[in-house]
Design a protein. Structure first.
Length: 120
């Protein structure tokens, strides 16, 4: 039933100007509404549904926390691997291996460095 039509019928009913056919429509609507209220869901079923909904939300949050812990663990492992790789590289490559210059002494006894490219 449309809202405006329903309001018109109720106003006519209150004023006493409603026709018999419209009175029947209005009364059948109210009787249908009343019968649906009598078929209402028992409180125990409502409590169970609420409890199930809460449990689903709690389990979702728990799964989310577990998933986050896994991601944090993976990030920590990657960080440790990168740090170990840098440490190993730093320890195995000595400064003598990375010289890209030649040191020579001039006739005056001065030490000079000359950059050069060494291909192995």
């Amino acid at each position: 039933m449309k809202k405006n039509f329903f309001k018109t019928l109720v106003n006519k009913y209150v004023n006493g100007t409603i026709s018999d056919s419209h009175r029947g429509i209005l009364e059948s609507y109210f009787s249908d509404t009343q019968s649906r209220k009598n078929d209402a869901i028992p409180d125990e079923i409502i409590r169970e549904r609420i409890f199930e909904g809460i449990n689903r939300k709690i389990s979702f949050v728990d799964r989310q926390k577990t998933r986050n812990k896994i991601y944090y663990g993976i990030a920590a492992a990657i960080t440790i691997m990168i740090l170990c790789t840098l440490l190993i590289f730093k320890l195995t490559v000595s400064p003598a291996d990375s010289k890209d210059y030649l040191t020579f002494t001039t006739k005056n006894g001065q030490k000079k460095k000359s950059f050069c490219r060494m291909d192995h």
